[in-house]
Design a protein around this ligand. Structure first.
Ligand code: PA5
Length: 461
């Protein structure tokens, strides 16, 4: 299993001004946590609770369906182009970058084991989109358009551009290059997919975008590039078995949720996610969305205005030691840092014995692996010396199994934190508002009144 250590958040290590008496807090919250955890598991199958993501690790039928489809298209496409944004892309980027490793797209087909390159188009920047489309041979590209609502302007406009080009290049057979992942019945994309007979996969009911990584939203692109989705879900299930435990001493998601919640109350309202691995860089992006959209809420469950929510921040070790760590050590003591460590990297890289007689001699014969781990240790010790609380999660190695554990643990941690904050973890009125304003500004039917109000506001800016 992945390992979790809260020792450096304890007052015994960072002092009582900045640390928590962790064991005492576990006692204080023992009953509350037991109630929250048992409540989540009791409510997870009831429609309307948005907790069906807790069942996704067990969907073997979907695994078979995806593997079958992946087999049926294997070798036909050089590229997989994923269109989606927010919860419909961040999980995909996070897992593919972690498992395929950076530079996958630069490998030749043999090195990719016959699997396609993968591109995510999540932003709608015209220069980026034009740039990508000018390099891709669309005839050899499978397009996976992902949107739960089926309406999101960014995703659907990218899809319309790509679809028009595909049709122009391929004629009627363009449909074979499209697979859509969307709601079973709602949304414009579902309607189009039915009318034009696209292959489709479903985003299940009661699974919100940021909790959708383990349904077809994530699993389909993973399966299409050869990621072992059975192993990913095995990791999810094994973590799920641990997290069912209502005893806080045994439940790392509950421990981490409580520590984050209490640190926020202590004024440490910035939650830094800092993996020491380039492959895990986008775990931070995924976590930032999960934490921000789930916990950043104006009102609590009783409707009281609370403006809750710690601010998540992404960092990468060792790179950000040369960028952000100065602030972490000596700036305001308002952060709880989560280090993510890797026990063993897949490869070893030795630093050659050049310049041995110079001041660089100490590096000779050592490995980059040693250097990375030394950097992680030194930063952890330094921030702790500065009395900055931090926790560490260690993955023995980076593979599907441990990544499944890590990501599922962070999902459950978020749900438990939401319950501690007493907010609705699973809505996103702030996101919906921005979406509606965009529809209005772009002239969507039914949004005329909003457009009218907006034009007055924009005039003032
Ligand atoms: O987590 C969320 O709900 C959002 O970030 C959505 O995933 C995002 O807005 C994209 O929505 P959709 O999948 O409907 O296109």
């Amino acid at each position: 299993m992945i390992n979790y250590c809260w020792k450096n958040a304890d007052s015994a290590v960072v002092g009582s001004e900045h640390g928590l008496n962790v064991q005492k807090e576990f006692e204080n919250y023992r009953e509350k946590i037991a109630e929250i955890v048992s409540g989540l598991y009791a409510k997870k199958d009831t429609p309307g609770n948005w907790l069906k993501w807790m069942n996704l690790g067990y969907n073997q039928e979907l695994v078979s369906e995806i593997n079958e489809y992946a087999q049926s298209v294997k070798g036909k496409f050089d590229n997989l182009l994923v269109l989606g944004i927010g919860g419909s892309s961040l999980g995909g980027i996070c897992v593919t970058e972690s498992i395929l490793k950076p530079y996958w797209n630069l490998l030749d087909k043999e090195a990719r084991n016959g699997m396609p390159r993968i591109f995510f188009l999540d932003n709608i920047d015209p220069d980026q989109t034009n740039g990508l489309l000018s390099t891709l041979d669309l005839k050899k590209t499978l397009v996976n358009v992902i949107t739960k609502s089926g309406n999101t302007a960014e995703t659907m406009s990218a899809f319309m551009i790509v679809k028009a080009r595909l049709e122009k290049e391929l004629g009627a057979s363009y449909k074979e290059n499209i697979v859509a992942t969307t709601d079973e019945s709602k949304g414009i994309l579902r309607k189009i997919a039915t009318e034009e007979s696209f292959k489709t996969f479903v985003v299940p009911d009661d699974v919100g975008g940021r909790f959708s990584i383990f349904c077809a939203v994530g699993l389909l692109p993973f399966g299409l590039v050869g990621i072992n989705i059975s192993e990913l879900l095995r990791g999810v299930r094994e973590m799920d078995a641990e997290l069912k435990n209502t005893n806080i001493d045994k439940n790392i998601a509950a421990q981490n949720a409580l520590i984050h919640y209490l640190m926020d109350k202590k004024g440490k309202n910035i939650s830094v996610m800092m993996p020491y691995s380039s492959r895990l860089k986008y775990v931070s992006d995924w976590y930032v969305q999960l934490w921000a959209e789930s916990l950043g809420k104006e009102v609590d469950l009783e409707g009281k205005v609370v403006h809750a929510g710690p601010t998540p921040l992404k960092a990468l070790g060792a790179t950000d030691q040369h960028s952000q760590v100065q602030l972490y050590n000596e700036g305001p003591n308002d952060k709880l840092i989560s280090f993510v460590r890797v026990g063993k990297f897949d490869t070893t890289l030795e630093i050659p014995r050049v310049y041995e007689d110079s001041e660089l001699g100490y590096l000779c014969g050592r490995t980059v692996n040693d250097l990375m781990n030394a950097e992680a240790d030194s930063t952890r010790v330094a921030v702790t010396d500065y009395k900055r609380p931090n926790i560490t999660i260690t993955l023995p190695v980076i593979n599907e199994y441990y990544l499944g554990q890590l990501l599922y643990m962070l999902e459950v941690q978020t749900a438990i934190a939401g319950a501690l904050y007493n907010i609705d973890t699973f809505n996103q009125p702030g996101v919906e508002q921005a979406k509606n304003y965009t529809y209005a500004l772009m002239g969507r039917k039914g949004y005329e009144e909003v457009a009218d109000k907006l034009s007055k506001k924009i005039a003032c800016v």
